[in-house]
Design a binder for this molecule. Structure first.
Ligand SMILES: [Zn+2]
Length: 562
C-alpha cells in the first residue's frame, strides 16, 4: 500500500527544523520520501490525500493513560475504545501502567482484589460473560501474572502502540497484599527482586502515593525500588504525588529525593496544584522541578484542564481502605469508622490528600462513573446532589457524609469522580513550561458514562492553547510527539525518510476541542487524519478499522552492564 500526501506543512517534531511545505510518500509502514516526491515514485499511489497546507507531524504520545484493560474492548466503530479516543485526538502511542497501578505483576490471591480496585479507573478487561472469554468472571479472570504475560495477552488488542510502566502498588501487592504498614527490610528486598524481574518489559517505575497500597509506603521503599529498576535499565520515576494540595512541596521533595538517590530520572506526572489556598504556590513548585532538572533528567506531563478524574476510593482516608474490598466496604458500614472518616475529612485533614477539602466541598466532586443500573441518574451530577436527594441540606454534616458513604456502598465502590480542584492560570503556567509533555489521563468509561473530557480533548485543546498563547508550532509538536520518547529512551519518532509512518494531519488554524464536562464524547475539530504504522485509522471524522490491530509494544533496552 502506497499513500501520497501532497502539499502538507511538514513539522518533523525534532524541535529544531523549521516547518516546510512538501509531499510525503508512505510505503507500507514507512515514510519513503519526505519533502519532494519524484513523479516516478508517486505514480500509481493507492491513496492520495491533498493536505492543502495542513500540518503533517508524528503522531502524539499520551504519556499517562488508563486504557490497558477495558480500553481493549472493541467499540461501535470497530476498534478498541481506548484507541478510538486516542486517534480522535491525534495520539498514536499510549503509556499505561501509570499511578502505580499496572495490571501486572499480580499473584493469584490478589488477582480478584486488585481487579476490583482498578475497575473505576481502567474498567474490566472484558465484560462479564464475554463470549470472547477474556474475562468470564467479570474482571477476576486475568490470564496473566507477569508483565511479559500481560503484554502477550495484550498483543492484537490495540491499534495504537502501548508502553507500560511498572506500577509500585502492583509490586507491593505481590509481596505485602494491601496491608496498612511500612515495609520492613525483608519486604523491600522481596519487592526489589520483583522490580528487577519485571523491569525489562517496562519503561519506568510509576507510583501513586494516594492510592492503595503505595499510600502506606515511605521514601525508603520508593528509593530502593527506583534503585532496583535502574540496576536493570535506565528508567525514571513517574509518581502521583502523596499530596497535590496542601503538602505538595513535601510530597515533591519525597519523590525527587527518591529519584536522585535511586539513580533515575523524574517525571512530574499530571502536573497540577489542587485547592484554592494553594494556587499561588506555582513558583515554589516550579523551582523544585527546576532544581531537580539540574541534577537528573526530568520531564513533565499534564492534561490542560482545571479538574482531575479518578476513583472515588480517594474520598476516604487511607486508614479506611486497607485489606480486602469487602473489609473496606464493611468499615464504611460501621458507625464509628464513618465518624472517624467524617472527622478526618471535615477536620484538620493534614497528612493526606483530602479530595473533598481541595475540591471546596461536595459541590466540587462530580460523578463520572457508577455501577451500571445503580447510580445512573447521578452521572454528571455532583456529590452535593446525592446529599440533597437524601433530604440533607447541610453539606458538611455527618448526615451528608452518611449519604456519600451510602451511595458509595450501593455502587459497591465502583464509582469514579471528576474532581474540580484547579484554576486556569495554573494550568497555563504549567503549560508554558518548555519540557511539558501532554497526557489524557483517560479513564475507560462504561456504557453510558460521562468520562472527563480530557480523554478526547487534551491534545486538540493543547494545540489550540499553543496557538492562542503564541507557542511555536515547532516546539509544541516536539513536546506532544517526540520529547517523551526521547526522555523514556525510545527511538525518536521525528519525521524523516525511512521513519515509521505513525502520523497525524491537523489544521493548525482551526484545531480545537469541542467537548465539555456535560458532553464529553463530542469529537474535536481539526484533527483530520491519523495513521498508525501506515494504516489510516482516522480520516475526516471517520474511524477506519484496520484488518488487524497492529499496535506495537514500546520497549527500551536493558543497560549494557546488566
Ligand atoms: Zn494520577
Amino acid at each position: 500500500m502506497r499513500q501520497l500526501i501532497t502539499d502538507a506543512l511538514i513539522v518533523t517534531g525534532d524541535g529544531a527544523t523549521e516547518p516546510f511545505r512538501g509531499d510525503a510518500l508512505i510505503d507500507g509502514d514507512r515514510i519513503t520520501h519526505l519533502g519532494a516526491v519524484p513523479p516516478s515514485a508517486a505514480t500509481g499511489a493507492d491513496r492520495r490525500i491533498a493536505a492543502g497546507g495542513r500540518v503533517l507531524s508524528p503522531g502524539f504520545v499520551d504519556t499517562h493513560n488508563h486504557g490497558a484493560l477495558a480500553g481493549t474492548r472493541v467499540g461501535e466503530h470497530g476498534i478498541p475504545i481506548s484507541c478510538e479516543m486516542a486517534v480522535r485526538g491525534g495520539v498514536t502511542k499510549r503509556i499505561c501502567g501509570v499511578d502505580g497501578l499496572s495490571p501486572a505483576p499480580v499473584v493469584p490471591d490478589q488477582r480478584a482484589e486488585y481487579a476490583a480496585q482498578l475497575v473505576p479507573l481502567d474498567g474490566m478487561a472484558g465484560p462479564p460473560g464475554d463470549p470472547e472469554g477474556d474475562d468470564p468472571a467479570g474482571g477476576l479472570g486475568w490470564p496473566w501474572s507477569t508483565m511479559e504475560e500481560f503484554l502477550a495477552w495484550h498483543r492484537g488488542r490495540s491499534v495504537t502502540d502501548l508502553g507500560m510502566h511498572l506500577g509500585h502498588s502492583a509490586v507491593r501487592r505481590t509481596v505485602m497484599g494491601n496491608l496498612d504498614r511500612v515495609a520492613d527490610e525483608a519486604d523491600i528486598r522481596a519487592m526489589a527482586e520483583v522490580v528487577r524481574r519485571e523491569a525489562p518489559w517496562c519503561l519506568g517505575l510509576s507510583t501513586g502515593l494516594v492510592y492503595n497500597p503505595a499510600v502506606y509506603s515511605d521514601q525508603r521503599e520508593i528509593t530502593a525500588l527506583v534503585r532496583a529498576f535502574n540496576e536493570v535499565k535506565q528508567g525514571a520515576l513517574y509518581p502521583h504525588l502523596r499530596s497535590e494540595s496542601d503538602d505538595i512541596i513535601e510530597a515533591l521533595d519525597e519523590v525527587i529525593t527518591a529519584a536522585v538517590e535511586g539513580g533515575g530520572g523524574y517525571c512530574s506526572e499530571h502536573s497540577k496544584i489542587a485547592g484554592r489556598r494553594n494556587w499561588d504556590r506555582f513558583g515554589d513548585v516550579a523551582s523544585r522541578l527546576d532544581d531537580a532538572a539540574g541534577s537528573i533528567p526530568t520531564l513533565g506531563n499534564m492534561y490542560p484542564y482545571t479538574a482531575g478524574s479518578t476513583t472515588a476510593d480517594t474520598l476516604f482516608p487511607p486508614e479506611v481502605r486497607a485489606g480486602t474490598r469487602a473489609e473496606f466496604m464493611a468499615r464504611l458500614s460501621d458507625d464509628d469508622v464513618r465518624r472517624f472518616a467524617f472527622e478526618k475529612i471535615y477536620g484538620d485533614g493534614s497528612g493526606w490528600d483530602n479530595f473533598v477539602a481541595f475540591c471546596g466541598g461536595l459541590e466540587g466532586v462530580q460523578i463520572a462513573g457508577v455501577l451500571e443500573g445503580v447510580g445512573d441518574e447521578f452521572l454528571g451530577k455532583r456529590f452535593s446532589d446525592v446529599v440533597l436527594a437524601a433530604g440533607v441540606t447541610d453539606m458538611s454534616s455527618i448526615e451528608a457524609h452518611d449519604a456519600v458513604c451510602d451511595f458509595f456502598l450501593h455502587n459497591r465502590g465502583e464509582v469514579s469522580i471528576i474532581s474540580h480542584y484547579g484554576n486556569e492560570a495554573t494550568v497555563e503556567r504549567f503549560f508554558r513550561r518548555p519540557n511539558m509533555a501532554l497526557c489524557t489521563d483517560g479513564l475507560m468509561p462504561g456504557p453510558g458514562q460521562k468520562p472527563h473530557p480530557r480523554s478526547i480533548g487534551s491534545f486538540p485543546k493543547a494545540l489550540r492553547m499553543a496557538r492562542e498563547l503564541g507557542i511555536d508550532l515547532t516546539e509544541i509538536v516536539h513536546r506532544l510527539a517526540v520529547l517523551p520518547c526521547e526522555f523514556m529512551g525510545l527511538p525518536s519518532p521525528a519525521l524523516s525518510e525511512g521513519a515509521d509512518a505513525s502520523l497525524v494531519l491537523f489544521d493548525w488554524d482551526r484545531v480545537t476541542e469541542r467537548n465539555s464536562y456535560e458532553d464529553p464524547l463530542i469529537p474535536p475539530e481539526g484533527i483530520d487524519a491519523v495513521w498508525v504504522h501506515g494504516d489510516l485509522v482516522h480520516h475526516e471524522g471517520q474511524i477506519q478499522s484496520p484488518k488487524a490491530f497492529g499496535g506495537r509494544h514500546l520497549l527500551t533496552p536493558p543497560s549494557e552492564s546488566s
